[in-house]
Design a protein around this ligand. Structure first.
Ligand SMILES: NC(=O)c1ccc[n+]([C@@H]2O[C@H](COP(=O)([O-])OP(=O)(O)OC[C@H]3O[C@@H](n4cnc5c(N)ncnc54)[C@H](O)[C@@H]3O)[C@@H](O)[C@H]2O)c1
Length: 446
């Protein structure tokens, strides 16, 4: 089978590379000429563990092609995936202009039966919208089917998630399209992946409901963490105690600085917008968003407050971190990715800069992306370089290399021993015994 993927970003490239690994012939299309040229030269545009090898191998073996020519790709493919971005608009709704453009371009080139699949996360009703757009722009009378096949991969573990997903969701009205999709995903049938075959609207909603539920779990434990700090409880143990209940489960119960990334913030807001358009109130999703905004703001305040005592009467001033240098460890929204979209690190740094702090930052792979939005902070060679001469260190992203830092060395490098561990990696008692003014999330009243 030959397929094409339109939009060669995180989702499109991973999808294309993984299907080609399954033996399918794949053309990955993007309108960004530089990206396509780089890919042809073996340069992967973002960091994702294992993707480099997969792309290079399948490209070399001729199963994976890169092109900007959507016409040729549509002509030779039976299945066409749409994997372009659906970024948030000012009112929180998903911007469907990229999807609309692709639908029109596909319509211009269809000459035989095609299955057109949305992998992008799109509001309920978009499948129908694509059907109408294509029908209106078709050059000749041709049959086509629309499928919703939302993607659930996690950046940083995207290949494993694609190759061994918890489930595959296929939404379509057409039995023929469902059969073609099952055929395409046959390697996953063989490993007994559950398939949810349903209508388009249900498939579209499953994606938003899943992400909003996970975001809610994170906001829930973050609020519990704030309470833990006040009542002397330990949120890690609370989460463990909760997670052992199989009805709750242990995942997504890690307290921290708040969720970020390219999906949770935008998908929760888009779901609220979809619901409000149908006069349905989603109070829980609304609260999860609000709790997350509070968490990020509160984390910044926590750092600022720690220096209040030193700053005396100037503590209430907005710029109360004048003369204070803060080392930031981790910039990406989570480990194993260079994606900084909606990363809590960016908001926290901006809050600290507003308070006049100097920032020395380090991230194993996300510094180039961060330079584009925060050009004026100091970028460092490693965690120790970042701590050199700083008044405080803040771990924001739990990269493995931050899990076993040489604390004696860190302490010597810091001007003052303030340590903010926003991922609860270290033991409070041990850190205090080492002489750090140690702050974590939901584990102490410090
Ligand atoms: N990133 C994730 O972890 C993830 C996970 C699941 C679902 N999703 C969803 O998948 C979709 C894509 O996300 P992403 O992170 O891969 O986005 P991305 O921004 O990394 O990639 C989108 C790509 O589409 C290209 N594009 C835009 N218009 C085009 C056109 N007319 N023709 C050809 N190419 C075009 C862009 O140049 C870009 O390379 C979004 O709807 C997102 O919500 C993302």
């Amino acid at each position: 089978m030959h397929i094409s993927i339109i939009g060669t970003g995180y989702v499109g490239l991973v999808t294309g590379a993984c299907f080609s690994e399954f033996g399918v012939f794949v053309t990955c299309i993007d309108k960004d000429k530089n990206k396509i040229e780089s890919l042809k030269n073996g340069v992967i545009p973002f960091y994702e563990p294992g993707l480099d090898d997969l792309v290079k191998r399948n490209f070399k073996q001729g199963r994976l092609k890169f092109s900007t020519d959507i016409g040729e790709a549509v002509e030779e493919s039976l299945v066409i995936f749409i994997a372009v971005g659906t970024p948030p608009r000012g009112d929180g709704s998903a911007d469907l202009s990229y999807v609309d453009n692709v639908a029109k371009e596909i319509a211009n080139h269809i000459k035989s039966y095609k299955v057109i699949v949305t992998k992008s996360t799109v509001p309920v009703g978009t499948g129908e919208r694509i059907r109408k757009t294509i029908s209106q722009h078709l050059k000749e009378e041709v049959n086509f089917d629309i499928v919703s096949n939302p993607e659930f991969l996690r950046e940083g573990a995207a290949i494993e998630d694609f190759m061994r997903p918890n489930r595959v969701v296929i939404g379509t009205r057409s039995q023929q399209a469902a059969a073609i999709m099952k055929d395409l995903y046959r390697p996953l049938y063989l490993i007994e992946t559950p398939f949810v075959i349903t209508n388009i609207e249900t498939a579209e909603l499953i994606k938003y409901a899943s992400n909003s539920f996970l975001a809610t779990k994170i906001s829930f434990i973050n609020e519990m963490a704030n309470l833990c700090e006040k009542v002397g409880a330990d949120v890690n143990v609370v989460a463990k105690g909760m997670g052992l209940d199989r009805r709750i489960g242990p995942k997504f119960l890690h307290a921290g600085p708040g969720f970020g990334g390219s999906c949770f913030p935008k998908d929760t807001k888009a779901l609220l917008k979809i619901a409000s358009e149908h006069n349905v109130e989603l109070g829980i999703v609304n609260a999860a968003i609000k709790a997350n905004e509070n968490q990020i703001a509160w984390t910044t305040e926590k750092i600022k407050n720690a220096f209040k005592a030193q700053k005396g009467s100037r503590a209430e001033e907005q710029k109360n971190l004048t003369g204070i240098t803060i080392a930031i460890l981790g910039l990406s929204f989570k480990p194993n990715t260079d994606d900084i979209r909606e990363s809590p690190a960016i908001s926290i740094i901006q809050g600290l800069l507003n308070a006049d702090a100097n920032i020395r930052a380090y991230d194993p792979v996300a510094m180039d992306n961060t330079k584009a939005v925060l050009p004026d902070i100091t970028y460092c060679n490693d965690a120790y370089d970042a701590c050199n001469g700083a008044d405080a260190v803040v771990i924001i992203t739990e990269w493995n290399q931050f899990r076993n830092l040489e604390m004696e060395r860190i302490k010597q490098l810091l001007k003052q021993p303030y340590f903010f561990d926003l991922r609860n990696i270290y033991e409070p008692q041990k850190m205090q015994a080492l002489g750090f003014k140690y702050y974590s999330v939901g584990r102490s009243a410090l």
